[in-house]
Design a protein around this ligand. Structure first.
Ligand code: SIN
Length: 507
C-alpha cells in the first residue's frame, strides 16, 4: 500500500468539514494527511446536501434566534454565536473566493432560498443540488492546489490513544494496516445513516469517528437527537429513496395526506414550514392514519426551479405533481463533544462536522446549517490542530489471521441493527422499546466484538462502529425522560414547549 506516514495533522473524512480542516491546517504551513475511505465524492454526505448553506445577511441576531427556536431553546448560545458570527466571512473566503462556488443569483445578487423555520430567505444554493457543487470543487482544490496528502480508499480503524490523548490512527488500505502518527487528529467522518433502513445519507455513514472516539474514551453528547427529514421519496421495494429538499416547501409545495387533505396547519402555525421534528412526526402520523402522504408540487414550477430533483422523480417513475414521501434519518445532532475549536475531551483529538456535537443544534437542527457548521468548525479546528510534536505510542495489536468475513455476516447483522433502530429508536420512542433495543444491541455488539477479536477487516470495523453508535443512541434516548426536539418519548415527560406534533396519538 502507498504508505501512510507520520504527519502534523491527520484528518479523517473528506466532506466539507474534513476538507475545511485540511485547508486551514495547510494554510498554517502544517504537513497534512487526509484519509478517506471513499473512492468517489458521492460517499460523503456533503455531496448529497440539497437545500444549501445559510448565511446571516443583514440580520445575524434573527439568524441566531431561528437556530435557537428550531432547537426548542436547547442550542448552546455560545456555539450559535460562533457559527453565525463566522458564517458570512467563511463562506465568502472559502466557498466563493477560494474554490469558486457559483451560487445561484438573480437580478439583484445572490438568490437566497427559504426553508422551514427560517424567518427570511437566507440560504445560498445551487439549484437544489448545492452539496455536489460545493464538494467537487472543494475536493479538487485541496487535491490540486494545496500540499495536503489525500489518501483515498483508506479507512481509520482505531485511534492511537495513550494517557488521555490521541497520537494518530491505525489506517487500513487494501487489507494492509499501518499506524500513522500525528501531532493532532481531526475526525470528520459524518453521520449515522447506515443505522436506519431509510436515510438521506450515503451508505458509508456508519458512525466510524464517533465510535473510535468513544472507544478511546472521548466524551460524546446529545446522541439521542437523531433528526429525521420529513420528506424523503418513499422509495421502491429495494429501498431506493432520495431527499426532497425542504426548499421545495419553501417555494410553496404542500403536504397532503392519503385523503388529499392539507394537514400541516392542524399541527403548527407555520404549517408546512414548521420545525422539522414537528413535520416529521405529523407526516408519520398521517401516513399511519390515511395510508400515505404526498408532497404536492403543483403550486410551483417544479421542473423549472428544481430540475435535478424533477429528473430524479422522473427516473424513479414518480407521477408528478405529487411525490409520495416519508420521514428518513437525516442528521445526528449529537456526537463527539467538542468546544468552539472542535477540541474533544481527549488531548490532540478534534471532531468536526456531523460526527461532532458542538452545541449549535441542541435537540433539533435548523435547515441548511450543517454545511455551515462543517465549514466554520473545520476551519477553526484545522487552525488550532497545528503545532504539536509527533509522538510514537504502542499501536494496538490488530489481528489479521482470517480477514474474510462470512459473506452474509455483516449484511445480516446490519439488517438486525436497522430493524431495531427503526422500530424502537426512531421518530417515536417508548421506555419499554428503548430497554428492548438496548438488550438486542448489546447482544449484537457482543457478537461483533467476538469476531473483531479474531480478525480485522474494514467491513467488520464499520459494523462494530455502527453497533457501538447504535448503543450510544439507544442508551442516551433511554436516559433522557424529556421529550424535546428530535427525541420524542411517547410515554415521557414533555419539556413544556408547545409543539403540537408531539400530541399525535400513536396508540
Ligand atoms: C433540505 O434540503 O431539505 C435539507 C437541508 C438540511 O438538512 O439542512
Amino acid at each position: 500500500m502507498p504508505g501512510p506516514r507520520d504527519t502534523d495533522v491527520l484528518v479523517v473524512g473528506a466532506g466539507i468539514a474534513g476538507l475545511s480542516a485540511a485547508l486551514a491546517a495547510d494554510r498554517e504551513g502544517a504537513d497534512v494527511t487526509l484519509a478517506t475511505k471513499a473512492t468517489r465524492p458521492e460517499s460523503a454526505s456533503t455531496w448529497w446536501a440539497q437545500g444549501g448553506i445559510a448565511v446571516s445577511r443583514d440580520d445575524p441576531a434573527q439568524f441566531k434566534r431561528d437556530i435557537v427556536d428550531a432547537s426548542a431553546g436547547t442550542a448552546d448560545p455560545g456555539a450559535v454565536d460562533v457559527l453565525v458570527d463566522n458564517a458570512d466571512s467563511a463562506v465568502r473566503d472559502v466557498l466563493v473566493d477560494t474554490i469558486g462556488v457559483d451560487f445561484d443569483t438573480n437580478g439583484e445578487g445572490f438568490d437566497y432560498g427559504q426553508e422551514a423555520a427560517h424567518d427570511e430567505p437566507r440560504i445560498l444554493h445551487v439549484e437544489a443540488a448545492t452539496g455536489k457543487h460545493v464538494h467537487v470543487p472543494f475536493l479538487n482544490y485541496v487535491a490540486d492546489e494545496t500540499d495536503v496528502r489525500v489518501l483515498e480508499d483508506t479507512a481509520a480503524l482505531e485511534l492511537l490513544g495513550h494517557e488521555g490523548a490521541v497520537y494518530g490512527a491505525m489506517l487500513e488500505r487494501d487489507g494492509g494496516i499501518t499506524p500513522t502518527y500525528a501531532g493532532a487528529t481531526v475526525l470528520a467522518t459524518g453521520g449515522i445513516g447506515a443505522l436506519y433502513p431509510r436515510s438521506t445519507n450515503p451508505a458509508d455513514a456508519t458512525g466510524d469517528g464517533i465510535a473510535m472516539a468513544a472507544l478511546a474514551g472521548a466524551d460524546v453528547a446529545d446522541m439521542e437527537y437523531v433528526q429525521f427529514h420529513p420528506t424523503a421519496y418513499v422509495g421502491d421495494e429495494a429501498g431506493e429513496s432520495f431527499l426532497v429538499s425542504e426548499a421545495v416547501r419553501g417555494e410553496g409545495a404542500i403536504l397532503r395526506n392519503g385523503d388529499g387533505e392539507r394537514f400541516m396547519p392542524d399541527y403548527h402555525e407555520d404549517a408546512d414550514l414548521a420545525p422539522r421534528d414537528v413535520v416529521a412526526r405529523a407526516v408519520e402520523a398521517e401516513r399511519e392514519a390515511t395510508g400515505e402522504v404526498v408532497l404536492d408540487v403543483s403550486p410551483l414550477d417544479f421542473e423549472g426551479e428544481f430540475p435535478s430533483l424533477a429528473g430524479k422523480c422522473q427516473d424513479a417513475g414518480v407521477d408528478l405533481p405529487t411525490v409520495p414521501v416519508a420521514p428518513a434519518e437525516h442528521f445526528l445532532c449529537g456526537g463527539v463533544d467538542v468546544d468552539d475549536r472542535g477540541r474533544s475531551s481527549l488531548g490532540r483529538l478534534y471532531a468536526v462536522g456531523e460526527c461532532a456535537r458542538t452545541g449549535v443544534h441542541g435537540a433539533n437542527r435548523l435547515a441548511s446549517t450543517s454545511l455551515l457548521e462543517g465549514l466554520v468548525w473545520g476551519l477553526r479546528a484545522g487552525e488550532d490542530a497545528v503545532g504539536n510534536d509527533i509522538r510514537t505510542v504502542e499501536p494496538p495489536e490488530l489481528l489479521d489471521r482470517d480477514p474474510e468475513l462470512p459473506d452474509n455476516f455483516a449484511a445480516g447483522k446490519f439488517r438486525r441493527l436497522r430493524r431495531v433502530m427503526a422500530e424502537q429508536v426512531g421518530i417515536e420512542r417508548t421506555t419499554d422499546g428503548l430497554s428492548r433495543a438496548q438488550a438486542v444491541l448489546r447482544r449484537l455488539k457482543g457478537e461483533v466484538d467476538a469476531y473483531a477479536r479474531t480478525r480485522t477487516s474494514r467491513s467488520l470495523y464499520e459494523l462494530r462502529a455502527a453497533s457501538v453508535v447504535a448503543l450510544l443512541v439507544a442508551r442516551a434516548a433511554a436516559e433522557n425522560r424529556e421529550s424535546v426536539g428530535c427525541h420524542y418519548l411517547v410515554d415521557g415527560a414533555d419539556d413544556g414547549t408547545e409543539r403540537p406534533g408531539a400530541t399525535v396519538d400513536t396508540a
